[in-house]
Design a protein around this ligand. Structure first.
Ligand code: GTP
Length: 501
């Protein structure tokens, strides 16, 4: 193309100058101004916008400019059944009015249908998609009472049924949440200062919290010895979850019996009831329903006794049980303690940590814990016990037909709420704060322990307690040093500390 063919709008002159500059043996000096090369209206963008159909914004999906396309009955829609060939004048008259038409219900209605107030923690739970993923749902066979021989005593099915009849709430819109289901997703052995426990992690279809059960039943670790009490096991964990599940899958999620080791890997079976030597003198398992308290349990807050209570509960449950002799000639038997702490994610009596922190500030201003909650627009206690009841049933605890439970609590509301959930409580066991246990009666004067005065606790609190130790910890620490490069001196077989870094 010659220079006389130059077209102003295409910027050909600049193109040629650029080409010359790049290819000429001695680059010419171009003194002109390079024009902006992109067009002000990008034709690609215009085409993309035109092709994208109904006008969509983040907040107005399912709204559109062309209601006749999506909804022939919408206001402004043109009735194409009456279409006739037309003049340009007709067309002008019949042009549909362009206006936004929403095919969504008002936001308040949509939220009402999809969500329901979470009773237990002020959170909002989804009804339409209550569980996080399909793998989280109990298997169909597990829900079917006919298909599980385990179902009669402690199956998830009975949990669901119970929850449906006893405490399913109805939303303000009149929709009913689905029957409560809980499922133990995994279990593992955890050594504690009070002995080994089995930590169970639960999912449920009511809230998005991972509630826990700390089961104390060390007799289970010794599958060979005779059992004097029924094992405390989760029915939903021991269930077969799918036909393709391998033994290793089951073992990995904790569905095994005995003690897991490199030499012992025995998957549990859903219906294998453990043979038990029945004795009339076996006390019911000791249970505590404990509510999460980050401040008391994790940073050792002395604003409450929650950390101490958690520790004390595990300590008490783990106390060995002395059974009277099975026959006149036999010696009495001592068996390991048994029971469970159901650890509910109901921080701050259900108001959540944020509100509890604010409540503490109000308490510093002189208000008590109840008033502080009320001042923040909360109830004094917003906890519910429906999920806790279902977890107990899944563990075979407190059922009408099986063993009742002894409940560690000072809270009468908790006793009543659990009974309403169908938990059979045969005894309430008080939780006396340790500092109160140390009060001494000097004649008739009550000596109240003052801050700083040494008291002798009956167990170590989680925070500030004695050192943790044991084979498991040793193994864990060595692996960290040898495999993960942790900067710790190791105690060698020669008894000397060896530095690896
Ligand atoms: N809102 C609020 N929650 C608190 C406060 N102190 C502790 N909590 C929460 O209270 C719960 C424990 O409640 P407790 O009253 O100790 O126990 P309880 O379950 O009512 O009764 P017991 O079974 O007798 O111990 C935990 O969730 C704590 O986070 C507080 O000052 N305000």
């Amino acid at each position: 193309m010659h220079h006389q063919d130059q077209c102003e709008c295409c910027g050909l002159e600049e193109d040629l100058a650029l080409l010359d500059m790049l290819t000429a043996p001695s680059p010419p000096v171009f003194t002109g101004r390079y024009k902006r090369r992109d067009s002000e209206l990008d034709p690609l963008m215009i085409a993309a916008a035109a092709a994208s159909g109904p006008h969509v914004t983040r907040n107005h999906y399912a709204h559109d400019f062309y209601p006749a396309v999506g909804d022939p009955l919408a206001e402004g829609a043109y009735d194409w059944t009456k279409w006739q060939a037309q003049t340009s004048k007709d067309r002008e008259q019949r042009r549909p009015r362009l206006k936004y038409v929403s095919r969504q219900a008002p936001r308040s209605q949509r939220l009402g249908l999809q969500r329901v107030e979470e009773k237990e923690n002020g959170a909002v739970r989804e009804i339409t998609d209550p569980l996080r993923d399909a793998g989280n749902l109990p298997t169909a066979s597990h829900r079917d009472p006919q298909s599980s021989s385990h179902a009669e005593t402690n199956s998830i099915t009975s949990s669901t049924t119970k929850a449906t009849t006893s405490s399913v709430s109805t939303t303000s819109q009149g929709s009913t949440p689905p029957p409560l289901e809980v499922k133990c997703m995994a279990r593992t052995r955890v050594p504690t200062p009070h002995g080994p426990v089995f930590l169970h992690l639960y999912h449920n279809n009511r809230d998005n919290k991972e509630h826990l059960a700390i089961v104390v039943d060390p007799a289970q670790l010794d599958a060979e010895s005779p059992a004097y009490a029924p094992a405390i096991r989760s029915a939903s964990l021991d269930a077969i979850w799918s036909e393709t599940e391998t033994e290793m899958d089951r073992i990995t999620r904790g569905a095994y019996v005995g003690r897991l080791s490199a030499a012992s890997q025995k998957p549990s079976s859903p219906s294998a009831a453990q043979p038990t030597i029945i004795t009339d003198t076996l006390p019911s398992p000791l249970i505590r329903i404990h509510s999460e308290c980050f401040t008391g349990e994790t940073i050792g807050s002395m604003r409450c006794d929650c950390g101490e209570q958690l520790d004390e509960a595990i300590r008490q449950i783990a106390q060995p049980i002395r059974l009277s002799a099975l026959s006149a000639t036999a010696a009495p038997i001592t068996i390991p303690g048994r029971g469970a702490v159901i650890y509910m994610r109901q921080e701050g009596r259900g108001i959540g940590l944020l509100s509890k922190i604010r409540a503490y500030n109000l308490q510093d201003l002189g208000h008590d814990t109840v008033t502080a909650n009320l001042m923040l627009g909360h109830k004094a206690d917003e906890r519910g016990y429906e999920i806790a009841g279902a977890i107990l049933r899944d563990l075979g605890l407190g059922s009408e037909t099986g063993e009742g439970v002894r409940l560690l609590t000072n809270n009468p509301d908790k006793v009543q709420a659990l009974q309403e959930e169908g938990v059979r409580i045969v005894e309430r066991v008080p939780m006396v704060p340790r500092s109160w246990q140390s009060r001494r009666h000097d004649d008739d004067d009550v000596h109240i322990v003052t801050p700083g005065e040494e008291v002798t606790p009956k167990g170590a609190t989680m925070i500030g307690g004695g050192a943790v130790y044991g084979d498991d910890l040793e193994k864990y620490l060595r692996t960290k040093v040898l495999r993960m490069g942790h900067m710790l001196p190791l105690l060698g077989e020669d008894g000397l500390l060896h530095k690896y870094h």
